[in-house]
Structure formats: C-alpha cells, structure tokens
Design a protein around this ligand. Structure first.
Ligand code: SF4
Length: 378
C-alpha cells in the first residue's frame, strides 16, 4: 500500500497523491495546525519509486478488471461501480479507479514542500513517474518561497522539463510585519523572488493569500502589501483562503492572550475588497474555492473581472444585517455558495427557522458560532 500525506490544495481534489517527503520542514507558521505534531522527514528514492510501481500495478489490475467485464481496459462508470462497493478492493484501488475515471491525469506531490528535495533527485522521480504511468498529464506540488528563492533558473527549467507543471505557494501575506508575527519564514522580497523564478521557468504558479491574517491591527497594510507583491509576480492564480483558527493552531493561544485580534467576517470582506482593488497590471485568475471563504462567487480573471469582483463585495456589504445573518448561516451550513443563493426561497425558509431556533440576531453572533465550527473544518 502506498503512503499518503494528510492534505492537498482544494483544486487538487481529483489528483492522485504521491508522497515525496513527510510533513513540513518549517512547521512554525502560527496559523497552521496541519503538521504540528509531526516531524519532517525525507522518503528515500527507493520508497518513492516503490510507490510509483504500486500505482502501476493497481492501474494494471483495474484495467484487467475492465478487460474481464468486456470494456477492453477502458475505465468507465461500470468499472468504477464494480470496484467501489466491494470490500475486497482496498481504499487505494478506489482512489486510483476514481482518478482514472474522473481525473484529468493530475498527480499532486506531497507534503508541504516537495521542492526541498535536491532538484536532480526530484527530476529523477518525475521522469520515473511519467515513464511508468503514461496517463500522467499534470504534476503539481506545494513549495515554500524561501526554498524556491535558493533555487536557480536552470534547476527550475530542469524540473519543468521533467514534467513539473504547477507550483502552489502559501504566500499568505506580502506585509513583512504580518509574515514575521505569523512566523511564516519568508519575507515579501523572498515571495517576489520565488514567484518570479517559477514564472520565468514557465511553470504555472498558484499563490495562496490569507484574508484576515493581518487581524484588526494590520488589515489595511496586509491587503495593500499583499496586492503589491502579487503585482510584481503576476501569478497564474491567486487563491483566497480566509484565516480560521482552530484550537490546534498556535495562533489560538495568541488570540486568547490578547496578542492578536481577529477581524470579523464583514471586516474580511472589506479587506478583500481593498486587496482586489489594489491588484494592478496583472492577468491572474482570482479564485475563492476554499470552504472557509465567505464569498465563493468573488472570483474572476484580471483585469476584466475586477469590477465584477468588487461588485460582489459591495453587494454583500450593502446587505441589511438580517440578510447578512441569513447568508452567513447558509454559507457556513454548506447551503450557500454565493449571494444569488439568498434568492432560493426553500433553503432560505429553512435557514430562517434555524436562526429563530438558535436565537441569532446579529452578524457577530454568527461569527461566534463559526469560530466554534472552525475545528471541524480545518
Ligand atoms: S509552511 Fe505551510 S505547512 Fe508548513 S507550517 Fe507553514 S503553512 Fe503549515
């Protein structure tokens, strides 16, 4: 059975996961609960290649099931339905069947910073993966800006030629005091250097930004400086992932100790508005696909959709308080994705009943409820 890590970006939900290193080599970001109890370690070349061989064997087996069912090796919905409910096939068989049927041939390299591997070793793995599994069409990975800032263009081009298609960077903020306070282990200058290097190597770049990370004190500077850093990078994607702080994140204690004050949801929308307004001269796609983002419809491609995105923020901020309460309960309950959903009379009636039962009157009370729910989502 192959070894897999705990997370992948939301946009990689259909990707097959291949673990190259375990956990996070930095592991100090205050807002991040993910690997806090786990030490970083490197997997050996042998272990990783063995996992790739296992994937190959599972694919061969699934294709042989397809042959037996008379589909000539094609993995269609009947083959997937044959594998899914059967206890005799392990979870990984189901994952691979799902990947072959629904996926677009994308493989996500885990865990938090695969680019920490020596570029030559990483390239060897990517070549091996593509050679053993010809159906792989896209290879993507998380990377830290500080690690990338130590790479040179030749190394990055070598990785692109070996098949690395996209890098996801947790930029979070472009404001140095926020980066320092949060112990991100990267400066705005390193973010710019890393992002530009990835772009120069013609590798697709996805930068994660964390609205709310400046809290009440730095929200304005955080929005402006983050936009400025991205204006200098012009990544392919800017992905929003709003700050939520579960009890397991070290930031939780700072909040309890009064050393950091969270912005409320409406404040985060104001911050995002300022951030979007300050993105200039770039052609990135802005994506709000994380479950903890209030406004999933605040997405678009710059520069054409800038006004449309600002209008989404303005529309939310102009809602009467009672409507914002309905929207937030609907959103955090998983019933709403965007503001148009407020017009769904049936769902709305259910939410209104719930609000009445919970005795919620203000938008701030919803924020309290969602704080409690953060542990379940993250
Ligand atoms: S670098 Fe990423 S995975 Fe590591 S602690 Fe920071 S946010 Fe978490």
């Amino acid at each position: 059975m192959i070894e897999q890590g705990p997370i992948r970006p939301p946009s990689e939900s259909k990707s097959l996961l291949l673990r190259l290193t375990r956990n996070c080599p930095w592991n100090r970001c205050l807002f991040c609960p993910v690997y806090k109890e786990a030490d970083f370690s490197r997997r050996t070349m042998g272990e990783i290649k063995e996992d790739i061989d296992t994937i190959r064997k599972v694919i061969d087996h699934i294709q042989s099931i397809s042959q037996e069912l008379g589909f000539g090796g094609d993995v269609n919905s009947t083959v997937v339905s044959h594998i899914y409910p059967r206890g005799e096939y392990a979870h990984f068989h189901r994952q691979v069947a799902h990947w072959l049927y629904f996926g677009r041939g994308s493989v996500f390299l885990q865990d938090a910073n695969s680019l920490i591997m020596k570029p030559e070793a990483l390239a060897e793995i990517l070549h091996y993966l593509r050679e053993r599994i010809p159906g792989v069409r896209q290879l993507t990975s998380y990377a830290r800006s500080r690690t990338l800032a130590r790479r040179n263009l030749d190394e990055m081009i070598m990785l692109r030629e070996a098949g690395l298609d996209r890098i996801h960077i947790g930029l979070e903020s472009g404001y140095d005091p926020v980066l320092r306070f949060m112990q991100k282990g990267a400066t705005a200058a390193e973010h710019i250097q890393a992002g530009r290097l990835v772009r120069e190597a013609s590798i697709s770049l996805s930068e994660y930004v964390m609205p709310g990370l400046g809290g009440k004190v730095w929200w304005r500077e955080h929005a402006l400086a983050t936009a400025e850093v991205l204006n200098q990078i012009d990544p392919d994607f800017v992905r929003l992932r709003s700050l939520r702080v579960p009890r397991t994140a070290p930031l939780y204690e700072k909040i309890e100790a009064g050393q950091f004050e969270l912005l409320d949801d409406d404040g985060v929308v104001r911050e995002i508005r300022l951030f979007i307004e300050s993105l200039e001269g770039i052609s990135s796609a802005v994506i709000s696909d994380h479950i903890m983002n209030l406004l999933e419809d605040l997405s678009g491609t710059l520069p054409d959709d800038k006004e449309k995105m600002l209008a989404v923020a303005d529309r939310y901020l102009a809602l009467p308080e009672a409507e914002r309460v309905i929207y937030k309960v609907g959103r955090w309950g998983g019933a709403f994705r965007g503001l148009d959903d407020l017009e769904d009379e049936v769902v709305r009636a259910k939410i209104e009943r719930l609000i009445h039962q919970w005795n919620i009157e203000t938008s701030g009370q919803v924020d309290e409820v969602i704080k409690e729910m953060a542990d379940q989502y993250i």
